[in-house]
Design a binder for this molecule. Sequence first.
Ligand SMILES: [Fe+2]
Length: 375
Amino acid sequence: MNQVKSLSYKADELAIVWEDTSESRLQAIWLRDHCQMPSSRNPDNGQRLLNITDIPQDLAIETVTLEDRRLIVRFAPDGHRSEFDLDWLYDNCYCLNRQSDDRSEVSKILWSGTSFEQGLPRYSYTNFCEQPKSRLAALQVVSDYGFVLLDGVPRKPGQLLKVIEQFGYVRETNYGPFFEVRTRVDPSNLAYTNLGLGCHLDNPYRDPVPGLQLLHCLESSTEGGESILQDGFMAAKILREEDSDHFGLLSQNWVSFRFRDSNADLQARGPLIEVNDLDEVIKLRFNNRSIDTLRLPPAVMRRFYPAYRHFAEILEREQQQIVFKLQPGELILFDNTRILHARKAYSAGGTRHLQGAYSDLDGLYSSLRKLNEGS
Ligand SMILES: [Fe+2]
């Protein structure tokens, strides 16, 4: 609990020196905009009830007083009174706290091929459903590492939708609520054949891209067909370290992705490496099959291809990959904006049957926060 050491103010700014010697300098308009009173915020959900245009142009701090652990600010010219809890001010002060982005690379634990020698992060499906602590731990692993394995998932068609219900909502697409991955004659999509598939992220042709993917193994009696996962944020970090110009080319130039069949023509644009306002990686798009015609200015095109090739080469490095065989009853849940997946080729003999589905990251993060509140 932080105490105030000293307090001063002028018309447009309040200055607080905290007991730990840190300092907050809070502008009048920010304070008024962040007023926590019931006239400014819905007391039930905390949503703001005022528009920025409701705040007087000539707003000024008139008086500031401290009562117990509440700071009372009175504003001119309208006499509006705001009360701020000191802990709230300390936690939300924009001088003391940088913007946090729980999707960005700095909030993650980046990994490479040797990071899981003690075993992959794995939870029992029964515990995941029945024990909030287990569900919290598994979802935290997805947030930190980008993927988790569940075992003992009943081998029933559509069961993966029940898994999604535990933390979020199904993202239904033109493939339906879930899709089948198995050998098919006359395939329209390479994922349905017995060829290997290179590292990719699914569906960059959607807007927004599905943030989560689930793959549930119902049957696996073929030789081969191992799954490969790779941390794309680590690959992007390596690219930035090896050649920052290459990194910049892929984060600053947008490309198109497209998927077409008899029922759909899906198109979306975005960078292969998406960064936030702090230049931190937050999202990747990488799919050799669905990247569309590249249309970049000629001078950029000449520089783009070496950068694209460099990133693809990093993604092919085996020391960055983990390889495992998904067994019947196992399900993998992974962040489709970060974790690239691939599949080794498998023999024509035997049967390999997976079901896949999509969900969104916001639902997972929401469940994670609620489970954390309750723990
Ligand atoms: Fe895929």
